[in-house]
Design a binder for this molecule. Structure first.
Ligand code: DX5
Ligand code: ZN
Length: 215
């Protein structure tokens, strides 16, 4: 089953509750929260208080994407605030096992994200210990960028490795996903699609989500 995770980075933050209601009604499966620290990426977005506020307003799982240096420091606070899945970047820590231990201790799901330039093999030794791989299809930092086309080959390669190892790990794709390229991304083996602009930028959000899902 394909899951759609609207990224609230493209929502109107002055009306965040209404924006969340609108994507719930439109059939979203997860809420993707992009956390940026101004160090790991050249942008700053939201943090723990927003996750805690969202938790009080929605039953949808909160898919927290940490684009921050030294993510180990922030696993427990985000988990306590209500994150259901926490994804951190392999490039942002020298101790991914420690981050995964903290995620495990918080009894939530854990994912590892890879930047477009990062070799896929860097995640292979950790595939047994994670629930999801998030492959970035843009350089992280901003919504509204163009999908990097060699991502398709990376998705296929990872799906192949996961099938060989018989691992039930989600593949989430993030960045520049739209109603035109979603089909190819799904065919390559991704099962969770993040979209900011292609959902919040549309008036007909239900239709936007159906089209992303392949409807
Ligand atoms: C980029 C973020 C994405 C981004 C998606 O750094 O991780 O989640 O906001 O936005 P679109 O779909 O507009 O590329
Ligand atoms: Zn993201």
């Amino acid at each position: 089953m394909i899951k759609i995770a609207p990224s609230i980075l493209s929502a109107d933050f002055t009306r965040l509750e209404e924006e969340v209601r609108s994507i719930e009604r439109a059939g979203a499966d997860l809420i993707h929260v992009d956390v940026m620290d101004g160090h790991f990426v050249p942008n700053i977005t939201v943090g723990v208080p927003i996750v805690a506020s969202l938790k009080r307003k929605t039953k949808l799982p909160l898919d927290v994407h940490l684009m921050i240096d030294n993510p180990e420091r922030f696993i427990t606070p985000f988990a306590n605030a209500g994150a259901d899945i926490i994804t951190f970047h392999i490039e942002a820590t020298s101790a991914p096992e420690e981050v995964l231990r903290k995620i495990g201790a918080s009894r939530i799901r854990g994912g590892i994200s890879l930047n477009p330039e990062t070799t896929l093999t860097s995640v292979f030794p950790l595939l047994d210990s994670i629930d999801m791989v998030l492959i970035m299809s843009v350089n992280p930092g901003f919504a509204g960028q163009k999908f990097i086309s060699n991502t398709i080959g990376r998705i296929k390669q990872l799906r192949q490795v996961l099938s060989e190892k018989k691992l039930n790990v989600d593949i989430e794709i993030d960045g520049g996903i739209n109603q035109k390229n979603a089909k190819e991304v799904i065919a390559a083996g991704a099962n969770i699609l993040v979209a900011g602009t292609a959902i919040f930028g549309k008036a007909e959000r239900k239709r936007a989500i159906e089209l992303l899902r392949g409807g």
